[in-house]
Write a protein that binds this ligand. Structure first.
Ligand code: SF4
Length: 363
């Protein structure tokens, strides 16, 4: 399929054409179809522009585990909190992360009690803080998928000061999708795959879905018409029963991905079995720091043991929301006890969290 120029992609006329084509193919398929995206930014586009309301009722779009803040295990947050209680530490992490509820308190509550917890835009800021504060241990709580892991890796490779270390909670998206598919947890007709992550990893890691599980996969951009065009590309494959990994976001994503970033990830980290909040342990679902850089691995440096962490608070259904089994408004706490100002579960915190997006855009 020829992809349109950006000017056409952004036009209302193109939206109308896409909706017409989608309706026509859905009639040919003649059954309900379910697709899942795995990116909070996609849910944001879909909800903000009301794309579901434009689609025929036969199409359902589910939200998958695509919010890095939401799937970060409580045990890692608890560990960071324990380190933050020490007088000689400065904890640094991304803004969304500090408000995420954990077993007892969040990093924001720890900060309110006097701990030195700072929001940074990236690990380079954390390294700068470490250089300015040689008498403190500066710990960067590294979360995120393949998109943010190269940034952490780059800093670890770039001779950071000895008082800098990382709690590595980076996760790998394809492994999580494969777990969900292999355990038949998803009953879906295809994936709308994340543009940001794909910029780094390229197309190859997704081939397992078309070849092994015989479902289509389209890597999608984030404009409303990107998402509609990706749906059309998925529907055509469902209709023709020909399954492939297609790249709707080719203006940004190269088939081979970003080799420089991949190299950094390979050099600094190794894939390991890793827990995802609300989903469980996933084989090769996360990254650990390689031995060569272990002096900067906070796990090795501080040996903090955490027991009995609680991923999902009582009454919260984030574990179901994150795998598309429940819509946020089906959780009994949604808009009542649980709001963005008083989040009970992790999905209500970040703008990439499904509950938080539904709170903002869905009455
Ligand atoms: Fe959890 Fe709140 Fe979402 Fe319910 S509404 S699933 S309590 S985050």
């Amino acid at each position: 399929m020829d992809l349109p120029e950006i000017k056409i992609l952004r036009s209302k006329e193109f939206t109308k054409k896409l909706i017409k084509a989608i309706n026509s193919i859905v009639k040919e398929i003649n059954r309900p179809v379910k697709f899942m995206h795995v990116c909070g930014t996609h849910e944001h586009t879909i909800s903000k522009y009301g794309l579901r309301t434009l689609l025929p009722k036969e199409i359902e779009i589910l939200s998958g585990p695509g919010c890095p803040v939401c799937i970060c295990p409580a045990a890692d947050i608890d560990k960071t909190i324990e380190l933050g209680k020490r007088k000689d530490t400065i904890i640094t992490t991304f803004g969304d992360m500090i408000r995420v509820p954990s077993t007892n308190i969040s990093l924001a509550e720890l900060k309110a009690k006097g701990a030195d917890v700072r929001i940074v835009y990236g690990p380079n800021d954390a390294v700068k803080i470490a250089r300015k504060n040689p008498n403190k241990e500066v710990i960067f709580f590294a979360i995120g998928f393949e998109t943010t892991a190269p940034l952490t890796g780059f800093e670890l490779k770039s001779d950071p000061p000895s008082n800098f270390s990382v709690i590595c909670a980076h996760k790998l998206i394809p492994a999580a999708l494969e777990l969900l598919m292999s355990q038949s947890l998803l009953n879906i007709d295809g994936f709308i795959s994340p543009g940001h992550v794909s910029t780094i990893i390229g197309l190859k890691p997704y081939e397992i879905f078309s070849q092994g599980y015989r479902i289509p996969n389209v890597i999608s951009g984030f404009e409303p018409n990107d998402v509609l065009l990706s749906l059309l590309m998925l529907l055509k494959q469902v209709r023709d029963k020909k399954y492939d990994t297609l790249n709707e976001y080719s203006r940004v994503v190269k088939p081979e991905g970003n080799k420089v970033a991949q190299n950094i990830i390979d050099k600094v980290f190794k894939p390991v079995s890793s827990p995802w909040r609300g989903i469980g342990r996933i084989s090769e679902g996360g990254l650990a720091i390689r031995e060569r850089y272990q002096e900067f691995d906070a796990d090795k440096k501080f040996d903090i043991q955490i027991e009995n962490s609680q991923d999902i608070p009582p009454g919260c259904s984030c574990h179901l929301v994150m795998v598309g089994k429940l819509y946020p408004f089906e959780c009994k706490l949604f808009r009542k006890e649980c709001t963005p100002l008083n989040p009970i579960g992790p999905c209500m915190v970040s703008m990439e969290g499904t509950c938080s997006i539904y709170y903002k855009y869905h009455e």
